[in-house]
Design a protein around this ligand. Sequence first.
Ligand code: 6PG
Length: 245
Amino acid sequence: MSRVESIVGRDVADLAGKAASEFVNLAKISVEACGRFVVALSGGETPKSLYASLASGEFRSKISWPRLHFFWGDERPVSPDDPASNYRMAFEALLSKAPVPEKNIHRVPAEHAPDVAAGRYEKEIRDFFGLPDLAWPRFDLVLLGIGDDGHTASLFPDSDALRETRRLVVAPYVEKLRSHRITLTLPAFNRAANIFFLVEGKSKAAIVRDVLRPRPGSKQLPAQHIDPQDGRVVWFLDQAAAALL
Ligand code: 6PG
């Protein structure tokens, strides 16, 4: 069972600053302990403020960028220069503004067919971590968001992807999006050492309450399946998203 904490910021900027400080702390500890810090980034809009903070003067200079490796928790089935690409968003907001070696950026090859992209991305993860079959990667930090339906990464309610127990990466068809997505699976997420949920805005207050203070007998939401066996989960919320807690 993971330890779950929540940290509330006054607004998005304060939320991003608190998350950036914790990111810097974790990166320092990990680089000192084992020479690297391996992060799985999130897509969507919310992480942009964190990425901008990390790329800014206050935090940028405190990070040993060449020691960091960047993966993604999920990706849309688009080319890397597509406006919908999670890779493009993170590259523009952060990776293009910090001295990260290109070889340390492990994007999902989402320009290929979804199943092909998932297979190649899984191989890249296994090769990077030196994983034998049936072993699992341990990301030092995973960043996640949450949708108002309780999805996280591209694990949506009622998706078969939630029941995957063998593969690291799958490419489910998401009916509500009328599109495939490529996503890490729950076992891949749940070996992480640290998981940050980044959530802002009053539109997320109800789902945050439903996830963190579930009513007895309520249906389990995808974000509630995020429960690292030996890890720490921190919910970074602004006051609007935390309003119903
Ligand atoms: C994505 C993310 C997705 C996102 C949530 C919240 O690819 O869009 O993986 O899970 O984190 O939908 O998105 P916002 O931060 O834009 O609200």
